[in-house]
Design a protein around this ligand. Sequence first.
Ligand SMILES: C[S@@+](CC[C@H](N)C(=O)[O-])C[C@H]1O[C@@H](n2cnc3c(N)ncnc32)[C@H](O)[C@@H]1O
Length: 406
Amino acid sequence: MSTLDTDRLVARHYETLPYPARNPKDEAKRLIEGSPSALPEIRHWIFGGALPAGLRVLFAGGGTGDGCIMLAQQLKDAGIAATVTHLDMSAAAQKVAAERAAVRGLDIQFVAGSLLDVERLAPGPYDYIDCCGVLHHLDAPAAGLAALRSVLARGGGMGLMVYGRIGRSGVYDVQEALRLLSPEEDAPAARLNVAKRLLPGLPATNRLRRNEAVTDHAVGGDAGIFDLLLHSRDRAYDIEGFVGLIEDGGLGVTALIEPARYQPETYLADPQLRRLATALDPRGRAMLAERLAGNIARHVAYAVHPDHEAVPPDPLEEAAVPVWSRTGPEQMIAAMGQDRVLKLVLDGLSYRFPLPQSAPAILRHVDGRATVGEIAARAKVGGFEKAWPATFAVLNGISRLFLARP
Ligand SMILES: C[S@@+](CC[C@H](N)C(=O)[O-])C[C@H]1O[C@@H](n2cnc3c(N)ncnc32)[C@H](O)[C@@H]1O
């Protein structure tokens, strides 16, 4: 199939089934939060804890608006002046995003067209660019990244997400099976019908059925099934391929999200193996972690220009303010229980992170306003200088706690 034919099928896909499926009425009930682009996360990993005045934000391939609505709402709640632009080639997706914004009273500019034409359509420049789940659908992802880089301001950064090759085990088996049963040119409704007939009866040994990290076909409705299993163009990356794409594009990675999932020690108990893993360079460490975990179905990275100066605050910086994301102290203290081991399940795997004995006594005082100096004074625990950075590292490693510089 020619590139143009595939372009046409991808465009038809997102016009027919905007992704992800969202009902604007639900905005009255809940805010969908995640990575990339949560406000505390971008402030920490890109802006050294302090946002530039008049933040300019672009969502490239913003779809039905999840990330865009989240960040615009968080900025509004925090009283931060910013301009937010949503660019997408799907009018149907933009309509949903615009209705969601209207329900919330958010001021978002909508620009229709391809991100490959961003310089002409919406030249910015931008301090922050979100491109989540889009580059891997382009004929030339590097060209897409280059187009975005051309409108990225000095000192700014990007939040990028692409599919993870290993975590998507089984997805491409079923994509290929469906292509055999239902040609790509068939109407989307006919292809969906074939997929829905196939899925319930997949053999127990089918790799998609065994993969707990991929759930879109089970929870994402028709749009989820189509995007996952009937897409005409998607490619998946292993972590070295993704980092290579970013670095070849003239950018550097400041963080892989969630950081703990890219640390081999998260998956290794044996002391000798841990020592061997520690000796690897950062690329090798991330590669090893991805191979061991097997459940990273999407890679999220923050990327900046190579001469970027801002770095996240040190956890012991007295004036820094720890800020929660998607959780709070009660929830995290409950999750670590009496044994001070934080337990959580992510994409089918149970994670266990040991914490210092004094972690709850410290975290009780982390309210999103108190500085590190104030928390130390209020918590009054011995060995704060060691216990707090260790606690912060775990919670930052799962993207729940970040630092801001007021
Ligand atoms: C998988 S959806 C992701 C949507 C959103 N970023 C999210 O994470 O929820 C991909 C989106 O990218 C858009 N898209 C694909 N190629 C594009 C391009 N060249 N320029 C602009 N948008 C594009 C599609 O229309 C679709 O809305």
